[in-house]
Design a protein around this ligand. Structure first.
Ligand SMILES: [Zn+2]
Length: 430
């Protein structure tokens, strides 16, 4: 080529731009082969017939640039509405983005802020879209994904869609359930009580469940998560609705067939309410890392009684916890007679352990090869939401956040879906 690095980069850009134009022209010709004419009349969708009116142009953005097609346009005299059957076939009804570009846009918008996503699409794919268009298209896709998820859950709950057990059947299936706040616009939190200084809510809670299998043990005897085994569901809906989603996802993941189904949570009552109601036979475990955090906070409230041996005291209690010896923790706390506010504070901290004692038999759980929680999985539960929706200065509407979370859940679940959610694993009853 006879040019330096700078010349090479310029050449790459010019050639790619040329190829995109060429590709766009080819796509346009390909699409021109069909004109969308379906005879003089077509159903309008509302029970009437729409009459052929004319051929009309429609332009939409594609992964290869702007493409314009001329397609048959029908008009319904009764609805006073027009339609082009071709648009639905091409996947561009009520949108000006092709399905291929929409998929690229979903990926970019799920990964980062809309302005950054627009820049990414321009830099990497040579497609120029405004941040607003990136946002609108991603929200439309995400809303459709969320609706499809809810529909699927309803069909499974009604046993109209019957997922077959996964094959090969895993021995152990886990669901980590968690809730996390998403910063909202003031309109979305109006009239809601919150934890901020003025008592107003700034966030709305999204509930998540991460399902995965973790069958094998490593050389040290710790369970290892199976690759490509994760699926994630999330919603802003109340616990009752979320519970039905957890039930449906559990059925889809084979919770009714595996030998050992375990539900892991941070200790919040609503999580155990769902676990007990939907999967009474499942083992319930309080995430060990959350329990440890609570032990640190219990130690802080007792600090004034432990002037010179706070560290040793905490270390001994962490050991109690690792053995699931909640009695030991209680006995160690009760050695310090407290009164008034301090007693209430310590009782509350201790209550967390007493209420959850059966869910903290860590030594026994581990001896059965069970996973008892980890920062990594917990982080994953939160990163689905946090990394994208909790950045500085972000304020969401419920619809917008719900859509983007749906895209991120789909992304996090994509490998499992690709492997296991083939048409042969789900059967629809008549
Ligand atoms: Zn009509």
């Amino acid at each position: 080529m006879g040019c330096g690095d700078a010349g090479m980069e310029a050449a790459e850009q010019v050639i790619r731009a040329g190829l995109l134009r060429l590709g766009g022209a080819m796509l346009g010709e390909l699409l021109a082969a069909g004109n969308g004419y379906r005879g003089p009349r077509v159903p309008c969708g509302q029970g009437h017939e729409a009459a052929f009116a004319s051929y009309r142009d429609k332009s939409f953005d594609t992964a290869l640039g702007l493409v314009t097609v001329a397609r048959a346009w029908y008009h319904c005299a009764e609805c006073k509405h027009g339609l082009a059957p071709r648009d639905a076939e091409l996947g561009v009804a009520r949108t000006s983005m092709s399905p291929g570009l929409a998929a690229m846009n979903d990926l970019a918008a799920a990964a980062g802020p809309f302005a950054g996503a627009a820049r990414l699409l321009e830099e990497l794919a040579g497609i120029r879209l405004t941040a607003k268009r990136v946002e609108r298209a991603a929200e439309a896709s995400g809303t459709a994904v969320a609706e499809a998820g809810r529909d699927r859950a309803a069909l499974i709950a009604a046993r109209r869609l019957v997922p077959l057990p996964p094959s090969p059947l895993p021995d152990k299936l886990y669901a980590v359930i968690d809730g996390t706040g998403v910063p909202m616009t003031s309109r979305e939190t109006a009239g809601r009580e919150g934890k901020s200084a003025d008592g107003r809510a700034r966030t709305r809670e999204v509930k998540l469940a991460v399902f995965f299998t973790r069958d094998k043990l490593d050389a040290d005897g710790y369970p290892v998560r199976d690759r490509d085994s994760t699926s994630v569901i999330a919603t802003f809906e109340p616990a009752a609705t979320f519970g039905r989603m957890v039930r449906a996802e559990g059925i889809r993941r084979g919770a009714e067939h595996v030998r050992q189904f375990t539900i892991i949570g941070d200790g919040a009552a609503w999580i155990w309410g769902i676990a007990s109601a939907k999967y009474p036979a499942a083992t319930q475990i309080v995430d060990l890392y959350h329990a440890r955090e609570h032990l640190h906070s219990l130690t802080r409230s007792l600090e004034f009684m432990l002037p010179d041996h706070k560290e040793e005291w905490l270390a001994a209690r962490l050991e109690d916890l690792d053995y699931g010896c909640i009695d030991g923790i209680e006995a160690a706390v009760r050695r310090y007679p407290l009164e008034g506010v301090k007693k209430d504070e310590v009782d509350k901290e201790l209550g967390y352990f007493l209420n959850n004692a059966p869910r903290m038999r860590y030594h026994w759980f581990r001896s059965r090869g069970l996973f008892v929680g980890s920062g990594v999985v917990e982080a994953r539960c939160k990163t689905v939401v946090g990394q994208r929706l909790k950045q500085a200065g972000m304020h969401w509407t419920i619809e917008g956040a719900d859509a983007i979370i749906a895209l991120r859940c789909r992304e996090a679940s994509s490998t499992w879906e690709a492997i296991c959610n083939t048409p042969h694993t789900q059967t629809r009853t008549a």
